[in-house]
Ligand binder design. Structure first.
Ligand SMILES: Nc1ncnc2c1ncn2[C@@H]1O[C@H](COP(=O)(O)OP(=O)(O)O)[C@@H](O)[C@H]1O
Ligand SMILES: [Mg+2]
Length: 336
């Protein structure tokens, strides 16, 4: 590993000597390494997963545009700063380098205060990028939140599984938000698309969020899906790999903390507001559809530790979606 890191350091002309490095295991997509140099500077060396991101240059262009915009309009905000090689490339043999932002990321929040602060930080990020022209960003993963396309892929396969039947029955309801978006009834916005706890850094001293990171999936899209997906991730009681379905559900206390933090920062059109709660169901079903599709196709996309894991994840997300439907009116009352 050290040899690779040294060659990356040379390629990006980073001054000093590597004194220490740590492989960070939190990330699930790339190989990420925190590298300390004797100059006192810390960097993140990251080998990009080009199976997920087919056009790394487009990803970097989106990140650069977002960073420039935020730096200009909100200079106090911590942004991601990537380095270029002398020939102007953001990559050397698939590796890229950025400044390490101080703070620590958590797999999940440790208390309600963090949940509320996370909601605030992600909501604020969404609000701040909302002034950008979303149309100038690249769609780095085609049809990333096109729920109907995911359904089409699943339904082109054949299965006798009860999960297949349940999802098929949910198709129209789950595609409603996406259909509204396709008809341009809600605005095209800059979206982050991966607003989960491990993509937020918390300042070690103040305990406050210090930066939103992992900007690879920044794309034009639906702001309400960012909300729905973040709620799914922050307020659900288990991870999607939990096989014991009796543990699966939405925690209303966490929901209230997260959404109140988020909504204290954001502005939405009336139509978007109407779609905030339905989006939680839609993104959850969409994920179940993606897991089941991957399971039926032999686990090509999501990393698995055992062959049935994507089916377990499907069942987990279906149960969560059932719970979400039951809790929708309560959630509406809590946020409106
Ligand atoms: N700029 C950064 N500063 C500090 N830590 C970072 C930075 N970027 C990433 N990390 C750390 O590395 C982890 C994985 O990086 P991330 O970009 O989220 O990759 P993945 O897409 O694999 O999740 C993060 O959860 C965080 O702990
Ligand atoms: Mg991440």
């Amino acid at each position: 590993m050290k040899e690779i890191l040294l060659s990356v350091q040379r390629a990006f002309r980073l001054q000093g000597e590597i004194t220490d490095f740590h492989l960070l295991t939190e990330g699930s997509i790339h190989i990420t390494c925190l590298v300390h140099l004797n100059t006192g500077k810390n960097y993140i060396f990251q080998q990009m997963n080009t199976h997920v991101f087919r056009n790394p240059e487009d990803v970097m262009q989106n990140i650069r545009r977002t960073a420039e915009y935020l730096h200009f309009h909100f200079p106090e905000r911590k942004i991601l700063h990537f380095y270029q090689t002398p020939s102007g490339s953001y990559f050397f043999q698939g590796w890229r380098v950025m400044d390490a932002v101080s703070g620590r990321s958590l797999k999940s929040c440790e208390n309600l205060y963090q949940v509320q602060k996370a909601g605030e930080a992600f909501g604020r990020f969404q609000k701040e990028v909302s002034g950008m022209n979303a149309g100038m960003l690249k769609q780095v993963i085609p049809d990333f939140h096109h729920t109907r396309v995911y359904f089409q892929k699943l339904l082109s396969l054949h299965s006798d599984l009860p999960e297949f039947r349940i999802l098929k029955e949910w198709q129209e309801q789950a595609c409603y938000v996406c259909d509204v978006y396709q008809k341009n009834q809600i605005p095209l916005r800059v979206t982050h698309n991966d607003m989960k706890c491990s993509n937020l850094l918390f300042d070690s001293e103040t305990g406050q969020p210090s930066a939103v990171i992992d900007w690879d999936t920044i794309m034009p899209g639906m702001a309400v899906y960012d909300f729905g997906d973040a709620v799914r991730s922050f307020a659900s009681d288990t991870s999607s790999s939990e096989p014991d379905l009796s543990k699966v559900g939405m925690n209303m206390t966490k929901f209230k903390a997260f959404s109140s933090g988020w909504l204290s920062q954001t502005d939405y059109t009336p139509k978007e507001r109407e779609l905030l709660i339905p989006s939680i169901f839609s993104v959850t079903v969409e994920l179940a559809v993606r897991y089941l599709t991957d399971y039926l196709q032999g686990n090509l996309y999501f990393k698995t530790s055992y062959p049935e894991q994507n089916l377990i994840r499907t069942r987990n997300q279906i149960r969560l979606a059932q719970k979400i439907l039951k809790q929708e009116s309560e959630m509406k009352k809590l946020i409106f």
